[in-house]
Each structure stands twice: as C-alpha cells, then as structure tokens.
Ligand binder design. Structure first.
Ligand SMILES: Cc1cc2nc3c(=O)[nH]c(=O)nc-3n(C[C@H](O)[C@H](O)[C@H](O)COP(=O)(O)OP(=O)(O)OC[C@H]3O[C@@H](n4cnc5c(N)ncnc54)[C@H](O)[C@@H]3O)c2cc1C
Length: 362
C-alpha cells in the first residue's frame, strides 16, 4: 500500500525539514523523502545569519553554535568590519543544524521515507487551492518503485534539484560561454579555539576564503572560487590564515558543492512548489542560503494553507530580491578587474558596507 500525506517534502536537508515542521505547525501531515541516512553533513560556510536564527527559534529549533557578532572583509592590507546592530548570527555545524531540525520534526510527527524521487505525476490541472483537494493530487515515484501520494509537493532537493527538472522549472543555459564563469565551494573544519567572533572573508586573488567559528574549539574554512580551485592553494594564498591553520588537526574531510548558479523559470508548477536552493540560487558569497530557504519554507506552507499557491512565486521574489541583486552584483565584481577594489572600498565606506551586511543578515 502506498503512503500518503498532505505535504510531500522531497529532500531532508535543513530547508526540507523546516518546511515539514511548518506544515505540522499548521496541522498538515508531512512526509519527508530523503535518500541519505543519519545526520547529514554538507559543504557550507555555516554562518546562520540573525534572520535565520529568528526563523529557527519560531520553529522551536535552537541549535548549539558559536555566537557571530558580524562580518569582516580582508585583503592582506585593508580590513572592513561590521558588527550586527542588534541580534547576533551563529556559526553552526551542519550536523548540529540537521540534528536539531530532525529532532523537532520527529517530535511534531513528521514522517520520513528513505528514498530518491525519480518521477512525479500531477493529476488534474493543480489550479485549485486548499489542502482539502482530493488526496493523491500529486504522486512521487521513488527509485525502488514505491509511490507516495500527496496533495502538495515541496521540492527541497537542493542545488541539483530533480524535482525542478521533472516539473520543467529548470532554466536552460542560453549560450555556451567561452569563459567558464561558474563558481564552486569547498570546506573543511579545524580544531582550534576561534580567534575571532566575526565571519572573516579573505579576498585572495582568485577565491574567497571564509572563516566561521562553529564551536569553542572548532572553525570551519570555506573556499569559493572557479572550477578547479584548490582548497590548500586558496589557504596558502592568505599567509596570515595559513599560519594560523598550520599543523592543526582537521575535524572533517574536504567536501565540495557546485556549480552554485542555478536558474529557474519559476518556483511553482501546479501543486509542486520549489523551496530553498532548488528554487534557484545565485552564489554563497553573501552566506544567506539558510536564511532565505527558511523564509521560503514558511511562505510556501502559508500560501498552501491560505489556498493561494499562486501567491508563492510573488513571495519568493520578495524574499530573495535583495539577495539576488546584491549577490549577482558582488559576483560580477568579483569576476572582474574591480575585484581588487572591493575590500579597499568597503573599508573606506564603512556605513555602506554596514548597510549591506545588515540587509544580508535580516
Ligand atoms: C561552500 C558553500 C558555503 C555556504 N555558506 C553558507 C553560509 O555561510 N550561510 C548560509 O546560510 N548558506 C550558505 N550556503 C548555502 C547553504 O548551504 C544552502 O543554501 C542550504 O544548504 C540549502 O538547503 P536545502 O535544504 O535547500 O538544500 P540541501 O542542503 O542541499 O539539501 C537537499 C537535500 O535533498 C536531498 N535530495 C536530492 N535529490 C533528491 C531526490 N531526488 N529525492 C529526494 N531527496 C533528494 C539531498 O540528499 C539533500 O539532503 C553555502 C553553500 C556552499 C556551497
């Protein structure tokens, strides 16, 4: 017999779990489909911005982490620094975040199914709103042949979303560029007492190196750059950082992700809504994926409950507007000769830099 739920959540990463928690908080049944087992780790800078800390608290999720007071930019000569005006951010290991969300989801009665979604069927035109539409309005077919029936589906399956492909919301690249401008991320953790209460962003020649304190004796180092960027070489190109990390014990293996830019033609197809990285992603340069995804998860469930699924795309654009604008602009500058001017400018214009950091952390 096939299982069913009001909301099928495809992907049990942080945003899928948050979406399922939101659904349960609105008295909807939720079933999360995830192919990986246990506590999930992922390449991430692990800066949970103040707005994300607030979103998590509203879900009843309080992960342990290291207080982050702000963000600083470094280029070896200049330093720009801004401390958040009110609430602090948190550096949180992904395993801790996943554990805290999983625990809350289980306590609220979220159901879980181990598997990978490989096909989706929508029955009817999906235009009618409300959760009381007939059951089996959308079906998720798993790789092992099982089927899960639901009234709504949230595609929370990350950067390389299968759901996005299956429902025809993936944008095809318009043209093949001669220069491959795609960017990737890599991270690893080191055992050391954090030397800063900020997220440090070191602008090396071809990559950005992020330092995020994630515990009393652990820092995460994340590197963003073009295809082929070497984690070791990027660190070596920031001598002050290389010196701090020399000889330290690593507490995780090197993990990567990308390409980061993922375009979509929309965020909804009938009864299927895309949430989190699956809905479209620009870059990790501003460290906001978790904050945005949490806000999108809340909006998606609110739209479903209100019987206004068509409002979700508008909400998604509203939630991501600043991120898309700022991140696209910063990546374009980072990929241009302007790159070398970014940190000196930020240091010379502290109020502008401060406003940007505040708007990213909201
Ligand atoms: C290097 C790097 C640094 C970053 N730094 C930060 C930062 O400092 N702060 C921040 O807020 N964000 C940061 N981000 C972004 C952040 O990691 C993402 O925005 C966040 O992980 C998105 O969560 P998600 O749940 O949407 O996707 P994911 O975490 O990718 O989860 C998707 C889940 O879907 C599952 N899945 C995939 N396919 C299927 C399928 N067919 N069926 C069922 N399940 C499936 C996967 O197994 C996975 O568990 C960074 C990203 C990178 C790459």
């Amino acid at each position: 017999m096939s299982r069913s739920a009001d909301v099928i959540v495809v992907g049990g990463g942080p945003i899928g779990l948050a979406a399922a928690i939101n659904a349960r908080m609105h008295e909807l049944t939720a079933l999360v489909i995830e192919p990986r087992t246990g506590t999930i780790d992922k390449a991430c800078g692990e800066g949970v911005m103040p707005g994300a800390v607030t979103e998590l608290a509203a879900l009843g999720v309080h992960p342990r982490g290291r207080r982050i007071a702000g963000i600083s930019y470094h280029d070896g000569t200049h330093i720009a620094e801004h401390r958040f005006a009110s609430d602090a951010a948190l550096g949180v290991r992904r395993t801790e975040l996943h554990g805290a969300l999983s625990e809350r989801a289980a306590a609220l009665g979220v159901e879980f199914e181990h598997g990978k979604v490989v096909a989706i069927e929508q029955h009817g035109d999906g235009s009618q709103g409300g959760v009381e539409a007939r059951s089996g309005a959308v079906s998720a077919h798993l790789a092992d042949g099982r089927t899960i029936e639901g009234q709504w589906m949230l595609g929370c399956d990350g950067l390389h979303s299968t759901v996005r492909e299956l429902v025809g919301l993936a944008a095809r690249p318009r043209r093949v560029r001669r220069h491959d401008s795609r960017r990737f991320g890599i991270r690893q953790h080191f055992e050391v007492e954090p030397w800063t209460d900020l997220v440090e962003v070191h602008w090396a020649a071809n990559a950005e190196v992020y330092v995020t304190p994630v515990g009393d004796t652990e820092v995460g180092i994340a590197v963003l750059g073009p295809r082929g960027t070497s984690f070791e070489q990027a660190i070596a190109s920031v001598p002050a950082l290389a010196e701090r990390l020399r000889g330290l014990t690593t507490t995780s293996s090197v993990q990567g992700a990308g390409p980061l830019l993922q375009n979509t033609t929309g965020q909804r197809s009938g009864r299927v809504l895309l949430v989190g990285d699956a809905a479209g992603y620009v870059d990790a340069i501003t460290g906001e994926g978790i904050r945005l995804g949490l806000a999108e998860a809340r909006a998606a469930i609110e739209c479903i409950v209100a019987g206004e699924p068509e409002r979700y795309e508008h909400e998604w654009r509203r939630i991501t507007r600043d991120f898309r604008m700022l991140t696209t602009g910063l990546v374009a500058a980072a990929n241009s000769p302007l790159r070398r001017a970014i940190v000196p400018l930020a240091a010379r214009l502290p109020s502008v830099y401060g406003r940007v950091v505040e708007s990213l952390g909201r």
